[in-house]
Design a protein. Structure first.
Length: 468
């Protein structure tokens, strides 16, 4: 990409965008295409935000953050096609395995086990969740029937009113952990419904083929972000963490840790809600926006890759896909091998309370615990990878968690109407958390950038520019 660091300076632009993840890059590109002078400030030394791929010494490119693309994620699909970023299907051929809390194993194929402890009750409740999600107003969530009632409850409170089947509750808890990187007690039940509606239903979020985990990008999930950055060129300034944003009657003044001051007519802040609190605002943010941010913690997740000479589990008829219950640190496993199977890669996800306990352990103990889980899934050879890498998102730089925020009970009711994505004076808001469709996903980040660009262009009004 052509985006580079620059010497500290005063910069003048019509619009300043804070953050060079998918939301910020999309905002900037839309504005630039409309002829609006825009500059993008990014704290990190790379673009992509919560989507981050890395080529390891083993030659494998690993996606440490968001990685999948589904067929109904139309904006992401369109950009991938525009920039000629190829995709390939997620590997799911062979037998999956469920490892229960008591150590028993159950092999299965397809999206989920057809039988087992708690399955019938789990399926009944997930069908109920879909029914309730269909009542959600995605553009004006506060107008949803039973909005305040559902937002006052945690997901755990609602689920426990529906069933006392401990196995069903375990299955539902792992689903919450896997999607929101949170525990059921932490998340607003209304937010669960909103998110399900936003993504097209429970199956869309959970399954692989034809759903959210359908495919991967051959050059990494940030390949499209890198292409967007190349199209924006020197408009992007890396290594420029925003420290403060001051608004006047006519301008915003954005100060960075690199010593740069950007003077612009409007600002678009696209960083995760938790990172917003690292920015000093003058005047302070409106109470609704600040309240929203404080009800929107980031998820807790670690993504761990183990790389092998080959995907040996495939020869044994195993897919590498697994769900694990009980005290094990790992909750879900996928085969993350490259399309040509030149190496074998397993990715393990550690969620919520599990990541808190696991991350506190010494390095060797963490590694041993994850490889023990992978050995349970595909056999003893999993204990000897040629490469092993952890991405513990709550410890990661400017993101402060992953992969998206979730709303705690009462957050939508108290602050949603005015705090969710309404502009705060000359400061506009984007980011996947502000999306109505595919909220929390890369596609949602893209649509949020499109919306923010429209808002800003309308606020600026027609501008007569000199030629040349």
């Amino acid at each position: 990409m052509t985006a580079t660091r620059r010497e500290p300076s005063a910069v003048h632009a019509e619009v300043v965008v804070v953050g060079a993840g998918y939301a910020g890059l999309t905002t900037a590109r839309r504005l630039a295409d409309a002829g609006i002078d825009v500059v993008v400030l990014e704290a990190a030394d790379r673009v992509g935000g919560r989507v981050f791929s890395q080529v390891r010494a083993s030659g494998v490119r690993l996606d440490h953050g968001g990685q999948w693309i589904g067929p109904t994620q139309r904006r992401f699909q369109a950009l991938a096609a525009e920039f000629d970023c190829p995709t390939f299907p997620t590997w799911e051929t062979g037998r999956h395995v469920e490892i229960r809390a008591d150590g028993t194993r159950a092999d299965y194929t397809g999206g989920a086990p057809e039988s087992g402890p708690g399955i019938a009750e789990y399926e009944r409740i997930t069908a109920l969740l879909d029914t309730l999600a269909r009542t959600v107003d995605l553009e004006r969530p506060w107008e949803t029937p039973r909005f305040a009632e559902f937002d006052a409850l945690s997901a755990e409170e609602f689920l426990r009113t529906e069933t006392d089947d401990k196995d069903a509750l375990q299955r539902l808890a792992l689903a919450v952990q896997g999607v929101w990187c949170a525990e059921p007690r932490e998340i607003s039940f209304f937010h669960v419904l909103f998110y399900l509606a936003s993504g097209g239903g429970y199956e869309q979020l959970m399954e692989t083929s034809g759903c959210a985990q359908d495919s991967r990008l051959g050059d990494g999930a940030d390949a499209v972000a890198r292409a967007l950055a190349r199209s924006l060129g020197a408009r992007i300034r890396l290594g420029e963490p925003v420290l403060s944003i001051r608004q006047t009657q006519t301008e915003v003044h954005v100060h960075t840790g690199g010593g740069t001051v950007v003077h612009a007519a409007r600002a678009v802040v696209t960083v995760p809600p938790a990172a917003v609190e690292r920015i000093a605002f003058d005047p302070p943010l409106p109470p609704a926006r600040l309240g929203w941010v404080r009800h929107a913690p980031m998820g807790r997740v670690a993504k761990v890759h183990a790389v092998y000479e080959e995907p040996f589990w495939r020869d044994a008829g195993r897919s590498g896909i697994a769900t694990l219950y009980g005290e094990r640190p790992v909750g879900v496993v996928f085969d993350n091998s490259p399309q040509d199977a030149s190496r074998g890669v397993l990715v393990a996800f550690v969620y919520g309370d599990r990541v808190d306990r696991w991350a506190a352990a010494p390095d060797a103990e963490r590694r041993r615990a994850v490889l023990t889980c992978l050995s349970e899934v595909v056999g003893e050879r999993a204990g000897e990878p040629i490469d092993y890498v952890e991405q513990i998102w709550p410890r990661t730089g400017w993101t402060i968690g992953g992969y998206e925020c979730f709303l705690t009970p009462g957050g939508w009711t108290s602050h949603g109407r005015d705090g969710w994505r309404s502009p705060s004076g000359r400061v506009h808001w984007a980011g996947t958390e502000t999306a109505s469709v595919w909220n929390g996903y890369i596609d949602g980040a893209i649509s949020s950038g499109e919306r923010a660009a429209r808002e800003v262009a309308a606020a600026l009004g027609p501008v007569v520019r000199q030629p040349g």
